[in-house]
Each structure stands twice: as structure tokens, then as C-alpha cells.
Design a protein. Sequence first.
Length: 336
Amino acid sequence: MKRASLKEVARLADVSVPTASRVLSGVDRNVDAALAERVREAADTLGYRVNAAARALRRQSTDTLALLVPGIANPYFAELVAAFSQRLAAEGRSLITVDTNDDIEIEAVQLRSIDRVLVDALMVVPVSRERSGEAIRKVMRTRRVVQVDRTAADVDAISVGLDNATGVAVLVDHLRSIGRDRIVFVDARSTSSAGRERLNSFLGLAGPSDWVIDMPTFSVRSGVEAARRLLDDPRAADAVICAADVLAVGMLTTLQQAGVRVPDDIALTGFDGTSLAEIVEPGLTTLASHTDAIVDASLAAVAGADVDVAIAPSLDVRGSTVRKALPVRKKGAAAG
């Protein structure tokens, strides 16, 4: 079936070709509303569709960004994707999301593929600090690239993320302030820049009775396994910092099933500020969510800002570290 042309739309609507083009390209501010509606009705009647590639070439913009994340199943990245998607939709733009499955080979393949897609810029959460750089640098030849949450070595692209070292320090300071001096740090994906920064920060702050459990992935399963290792270890711990909320959820559930009281026996924190922190019982002490700030800074970088951004963390204290005091019942008050 022959594809309808712009000339045919203009003829049916009884307008000039430039007028029809402006309406169908979404730049009809100076076109009479009745004429614009006539053009759209003609396009619908003829089944005309705008050639996205041609329009992008004319405008030098596709209004579409790509975002590569290591794992959409991780609540942190799911919430980050949602924040980007909602913001861009509100601005009339689109987001292409690609899951690299935390796999360096998949990431390389997806980066090669995205280089053939019409997008204005690429935002990427690198899988590996040391190994993601080569594939990202190739894409940078043709696309603007912003590194989000993590960075790759030898990649000269703007980075936006949380100040991981300060985030760990905030959590350690909180636990010390409530008298905990045997802290276990549950690490994961130390091959990523974020994982490495968090681990190194903890090691720099660790006391003689603190230690580390290293896990392969940011997942509930890894949190469960870390809790089992903790319970089997002869060293006593009175606090745990998990390098991600999803780890802390697996840790919390397993400790509770073993009869460990949180926070009485062991105080527990997460890191990411995801919605998981609010739905577990007790609520999870973690860093506050900064996804909106990350989106703001990332989109500014896409638009041309050329300064790396490290967002200052803040703490959300919940019941996993500090049990709320019960209200004092006034003398003589009736039981509820």
C-alpha cells in the first residue's frame, strides 16, 4: 500500500505544504486552530505518519534519550527509570530503557545497538569501573554521553551520582552515635565504581571490631546469604550496613526468621532510599532518595552542563536502627 505524502495531506486540508508540515511537526503556534485541526483530520483520513528520521534530521533533535541500567529488577534502578520516564513525558520527550543485566558483554552489545538508534543522548550506568570504558568511548564518537550513578575508568563524560563515600560515613556516624561498635558492611558488585567507593569508604572508617561480607550481586538473595554468613560467624556484630536497600531486605527477613531482634540485637541500614525502606517492618534506616536530583543534574548534563555532580546524601532514620519510644500513658488513663 502506497504511503500518503505530505503534499496529499496539504491538498486534502486545502492548505500549503509548509503549513501542513508545521502542524504535523508540532510547531503550529502561528497556525490558525481551525486550519491545524483540518490538517490533522486530513492526516488521519489518509493514514499519514510523520517520518521520524526525516523530522529528526530537520530539527537536529529526536526528543528521545536512551538510558542503560544494570538491572531493572533492582528496585533502585526501577525507581530511577520511572523518575526519568515521568520527567521526560512531562516535557513531551521519550525514554528508551535498556537492561544490561549487569553483564559486561551484554552491555557492549547494547551500546553498539544504541549507537544505531535515533536518540539525542545516552545516559549510562556502567556495569564495570574497569571494563565498561571501551564500549562507552566508541558511542561517544557520535552521541553525547552522561554517566549516571556509576562511572567507567578513562571515560571523559560528565558523571552524575550520589557522593558514595560521604553516604557511608553518614551511616557509620549514625550507628556509632547509638552505641554500635561492631559494624558489618555487606558489599556487592565491588567491580562497579559505586560498590568500590562504598567499600573503600567503610574500610577507611572501620574500627578493630568491624568487618566486611562481600556478595556478588545487589539482590534479596545476596542479602539472605549475607545474613546466613553473619549468623554462622563467631564474631559478634551489633550493626550491619548493607550497600543497597535490596540487600538489607534479604538481611532483615533472614535475621528475623532466626530470632534476631532488629534493632535490639542488631541495628540495620540500607543505602539507596528506595520505597522498600518504607514497606518492611521495622522500617529501614537508609539514605534519603535523591532520584529527582539525579534526574535534574543528568538532564542538565544532556543539555550541555559540563561539571560532574556528586549529590550530598542525607539520612532517613527508621525503626531498623532506632526503636520509637511508646507513648507514655497518663496515670489513671483507661486501657484502649
